[in-house]
Write a new protein. Structure first.
Length: 263
């Protein structure tokens, strides 16, 4: 069985988006599997990994990373079955051994027109199929942390509304990714991230239907950032800055140096 993502102090996730082909994805997964089997942060349980490759690579990644990382999909359909050409359902994703599904990324909203309604339906579909949603939230424009936190909480509440109405529950990983920081040369400032993430964490901890939920930061996250924001986040969601396994190792190297988490 793949390792859990509910025991560790820190969760480190990586989305490969569509940067790698299938062969390169599997080579990268093999490198990460070797890293995870030897890295003290993984072996002592302080950090847990999840990986979100392209759809075609999900089954193979599940096998390669079985004892090191949970595997997720970068998207899922609103429906579980039917005449939906080109879609991949949460039921199929779970069937091949994946355990998470990314929902609501800013690129899906911007490039494919996904609305709050779509994000709500896909979040519900993930929970309905026993998948942990990686629920991406973030403000469109740089502003003050208080306004950003309120907008992110609104997005969380909206995304979970249908699941609540259907009496669905489960764990949710909220990925805080300011839209203006995605693809930028540098992430948002550490104090800004900590302020928004702290408010988000307080909110999700109050959601009794969604126990053990976490907040991780994405948006040009890179080595060195976790050390600056760790008191107020539960981990990082990495993109292109984890394409080199050595960079992922550098992030994991930070974990043993952090003070033990309280609460």
């Amino acid at each position: 069985m793949a390792p859990g993502i509910d025991r560790a102090e820190y969760i480190i996730g990586v989305s490969l988006k569509m940067y790698f082909g299938h062969a390169r994805t599997l080579a990268w997964c093999r490198d990460v599997a070797a890293l995870g089997r030897s890295h003290p942060a993984i072996q002592d349980g302080r950090a847990e990994l999840f990986v979100v490759p392209g759809f075609l690579s999900v089954p193979a990644a599940v096998g390669i990373l079985a004892d090191v990382a949970a595997v997720g999909a970068q998207d899922l359909a609103e429906a579980d079955t039917g005449a939906f050409t080109g879609e991949v359902s949460g039921a199929e994703i779970a069937e091949v051994g994946a355990r998470l599904a990314e929902v609501g990324h800013a690129e899906r909203r911007r490039l494919f027109g996904e609305t709050d309604r779509v994000v709500r339906a896909k979040t519900t579909a993930a929970l309905r199929n026993g998948l942990t949603p990686i629920l991406c939230v973030g403000e469109a424009e740089r502003g003050d942390p208080g306004s950003a936190a309120r907008e992110c909480i609104r997005q969380v509440e909206d995304a979970l509304a249908s699941a609540r109405a259907g009496q669905l529950g489960g764990r949710v990983i909220v990925a805080y990714e300011p839209q203006w920081a995605i693809g930028a040369e540098a992430p948002a400032q550490a104090d800004y991230i900590r302020s928004v993430s702290s408010a988000l964490r307080d909110h999700i901890r109050s959601l009794r239907e969604f126990p053990d939920s976490r907040v991780i930061y994405g948006g040009s996250a890179k080595p060195g950032l976790l050390t600056e924001i760790a008191p107020d986040v539960d981990g990082l969601f990495l993109g292109r800055f984890a394409h080199r396994p050595e960079s992922l190792a550098a992030v994991l190297d930070e974990v043993p140096r952090l003070a033990p988490r309280v609460g």
